[in-house]
Design a protein around this ligand. Structure first.
Ligand SMILES: Cc1ncc(COP(=O)(O)O)c(C=O)c1O
Length: 419
């Protein structure tokens, strides 16, 4: 089947903004301050309301800053994020095939889970979440939003498998989650439902269509705004987003290379992603073959297996204690001060929020690659913002940020008047 003939529903918005980041560029010393100010002042004219000549000037000026952000945090569905593009296709498939419930999987604070619940609610499907881990005592972040939307939530506590030899743990945990899922599906089916089981991250061929199709959208925006870019930097998690973008870039002959930043040290093997990209190519008759050496991932240190002391990392922050950390931080969704410094950097330059689990790490990679000259602002580099901001309000991250932002009034720029 040709990708162009695949149908979707509008669960989330597409055509998200592609914007310059002049103040980030200035903060990184990549443009002169005055130039950055001029560019952002021109932009305040408003790209949509300005007369055509002003629009052209504004977009020309903006295009010179070299750093751009694709705002897929603004896909609209339940506070937005990358999974909306995948769900546009997955929900259409569910509706066309008579499913009555959407079930998906993830960590306790899964953004993908939140968006899947939201898409189910909007299309009259029953939302079911199977979360790997113990039920937290305190409700926060995405989990609160899941409850607000009325999801049925199942916790699959796999901690007993931690006692097994390390090599057996992952398979044992997965087996248990699969058993739980089978039991849940049987219960729903006994009540007359038909349950579509969506894998972690919406990582399916149909779901990745959303990101294949993001490529012509970005190319059209670049053309309309006179933007040149040789690089597009995106997170590498369950990898459907990266794979879709990579396949789309190849198929539509994008002028940029897609660079993946693993969002945890324990990342998905590249071989599996290559296989998945080739599956996309075959399914959508795209006519290319991907090889391992065609993919470009960046880890933040010289070794793909982890950081060694002395590996060079960004001046904005690259160590936790004495230990260097790669872009993927210290672990999946584990708070770390380096990632937090990048969250702060974008908030204080562009007033845009990235998150501690995914996009803060990708921003770390994006900035560090610019600083090290692996990618160059002169060539144009797009940061793909895939959402996740509700992660900022999860208890573990809130607890971690108290010390950084709320422990000393002078340091925190907090002032108190008393009557
Ligand atoms: C905010 C955010 N960014 C990036 C990703 C990674 O996307 P993918 O799983 O498609 O690799 C996720 C996955 O859940 C996410 O929630």
């Amino acid at each position: 089947m040709k990708i162009e003939s695949l149908k979707s529903v509008p669960a989330g918005y597409i055509n998200t903004p592609l914007e310059p980041m002049p103040r980030l560029a200035a903060a990184l010393g990549l443009t002169k301050d005055a130039e950055a100010r001029r560019m952002s002042d021109t932009l305040t004219v408003g790209l949509t309301d300005a007369p055509t000549d002003d629009k052209a000037n504004a977009s020309d000026a903006a295009s010179h800053c070299g750093l751009y952000i694709k705002r897929d945090d603004m896909t609209g569905l339940a506070l937005g994020g990358n999974k909306a593009r995948k769900l546009n296709y997955i929900v259409n498939y569910a509706l066309e095939n008579g499913y009555t419930a959407l079930m998906t999987f993830g960590g306790i604070q899964t953004n993908h889970g939140r968006l899947t619940v939201a898409a189910a609610v909007r299309y009259g499907l029953k939302p079911i979440l199977v979360l790997k881990g113990k039920k937290p005592d305190y409700l926060s972040g995405n989990l609160l939003l899941d409850r607000l939307m009325g999801a049925d939530i199942y916790f699959a506590d796999t901690s007993a498998a931690d006692a097994l030899p390390a090599a057996e743990q992952a398979a044992a945990k997965q087996r248990y989650v699969n058993e739980c899922a089978a039991q849940i599906i049987a219960e729903y089916e006994a009540r007359g439902d038909k349950v579509l089981s969506v894998p972690v991250g919406g990582q399916t061929v149909i779901g990745s269509a959303g990101y294949i199709q993001a490529i012509p959208e970005i190319m059209a925006q670049m053309k309309a705004q006179n933007i040149r870019a040789k690089h597009l930097v995106v997170g590498y998690g369950s990898t459907g987003t990266f794979a879709g973008l990579w396949a789309g870039a190849k198929y539509y002959r994008a002028p940029f290379e897609v660079i993946g930043i693993p969002i945890e040290p324990d990342y998905r093997p590249v071989e599996e992603t290559v296989d998945f990209i080739n599956e996309l190519s075959e399914y959508f008759e795209m006519g290319f073959t991907c090889r391992k050496e065609d993919l470009h991932l960046e880890f933040g240190c010289d070794s793909a297996d982890g950081c060694r002391p002395g590996d060079s990392l960004s001046a904005v922050g690259g160590t936790v204690g004495q230990a260097p950390v790669g872009y993927g931080g210290v672990g999946y969704n584990e708070p770390d001060a380096v990632t937090e410094s990048y969250i702060e950097l974008l908030a204080r330059t562009e007033a845009i929020f990235v998150d501690p689990c995914y996009t803060g790490k990708v921003l770390h990679g994006y900035v560090d690659l610019l600083k090290r000259g692996v990618i160059r602002a002169e060539d144009g580099a797009i940061f793909m913002h895939t959402g996740g901001a509700p992660g900022l309000w999860t208890k573990e991250h809130l607890d971690h940020m108290q010390e950084r932002y709320w422990s000393d009034e002078e340091k925190d720029h907090v002032h108190i008047f008393n009557l």
